[in-house]
Design a protein around this ligand. Sequence first.
Ligand SMILES: Nc1ncnc2c1ncn2[C@@H]1O[C@H](COP(=O)(O)OP(=O)(O)O)[C@@H](O)[C@H]1O
Ligand SMILES: O=C(CO)[C@@H](O)[C@H](O)COP(=O)(O)O
Length: 465
Amino acid sequence: MTLVAGVDSSTQSCKVVVCDADTGAVVRSGSAPHPGGTEVDPEDWWLALTAAISAAGGIDDVAALSVAGQQHGMVCLDAAGHVVREALLWNDTRSAAAADDLITEFGGPRAWAEAVGVVPVAAITAAKLRWLADHEPDHADETAAVCLPHDWLTWKLAGSTDIGALTTDRSDASGTGYFSAADEEYRTDLLQLAFRDRLPGIPRIVGPGEAAGKTSGGVVLGAGVGDNAAAALGLQAGPGDAIVSLGTSGVVSAVGEVPPCDASGIVAGFADATGRHLPLVCTLNGAPVLAATAQMLDVDLARFADLALSAPAGADGLTMVPYLGGERSPNLPAATGTLAGITPANFSAAHVARAAVEGLLCSLVYCRNRIEDQGINVQRFLFIGGGTKSSAVRAIAPALFDGTVVLPADGEYVALGAARQAAWALIGELPEWRVESETITATPTPEVFAQYAAAAKWYSAAVGG
Ligand SMILES: Nc1ncnc2c1ncn2[C@@H]1O[C@H](COP(=O)(O)OP(=O)(O)O)[C@@H](O)[C@H]1O
Ligand SMILES: O=C(CO)[C@@H](O)[C@H](O)COP(=O)(O)O
């Protein structure tokens, strides 16, 4: 049996799956945690990757491997290939004002959307580079190359120390703000604008299905991929599918042939890993909303789900707008969470738990609506990510997504997508792997989203959003 491996170096942990290259069946797996916080020493990702590979039984018998990674993180390297400072992650909002400056300097949001399919927000790498140039100019001067988390890990796996050997792929490059997915090329003018006239080295784009190199042990390295594009690859998503991911972020994305151009900046025009496009809306507040509420209620996640399911739909008017860590969609980086509509009758643990689950899911309905505003026709919503382990999420999601959602069989679909990409690089064609799933249904509750939308609108108006 030929084995391939896929890595998901995501926000909270690193997961490795080793699969049969023909069928995609997982033969072994491992994981290791990442440190918390929104800036991380990349060396911690490397330690987690090597620990996760060991936990998965090593890669001595593996023919090819690809790394999928959390998008946008800014990894700065000096001329000798050393990390200049901790990487700023996608969910670090200190670059919000820098993003606004870049929008103004380049002629407004439409100019950005037309140039690169993305309007800068704090998450976008270009905004992080501007923040670095303005706040840590010595670090900016030291930066000879800039890359993304998956680029850096692939480069390390290849044993390289030469910054000229860095590689990336179109899916992750499209989240930088200086690569156009529509034109398939870097916009070095925008990189230079972001980095105040500095022009650091950037990774070579490796095409879909191509190999980036080999490890010293001879394992073929796939191009690597942004985590959301990897999920699409792992799920074999096609036109009509929307992927709803409940990881650290909340994400709705859809594979399509047409690059979106959303001047409001909510729908990002990212690329997928096959040569198509991946319009995507991302929130800052995914599954951790549930963990935070459970912690506040002093219950574990299983009890939290039971509590949520014991309260009625709409939580008797209690609504959570879950912008706990600031928000990206809508773009309110300084936002805080809101619990609205409190009455003596609904101020209970069960109602608060229900409001948290509904608030999280409604924040994703908002994302779904923005995707559909782009004319994208969605027929299936495929739910993945750690948050789908919640029985309350699984029970309530269909009620908020038109009555039906698809739940792929338990699996690490980002890591599986990376493994599928590795198989592609190895055998020269993208294998078809079977994805088992179940369809779950519930009576639609559009009134719950209406209640949420009113509270979210009230909050946005109150903070001038
Ligand atoms: N049973 C559960 N109920 C609610 N949330 C859960 C449950 N199991 C895991 N999670 C949450 O899933 C998240 C991790 O999901 P994951 O998709 O691995 O995230 P990431 O890819 O961003 O690292 C954590 O915030 C964790 O609290
Ligand atoms: O910023 C984005 C997408 O634009 C996030 O989706 C990150 O890619 C992190 O993903 P998770 O760790 O939440 O899976």
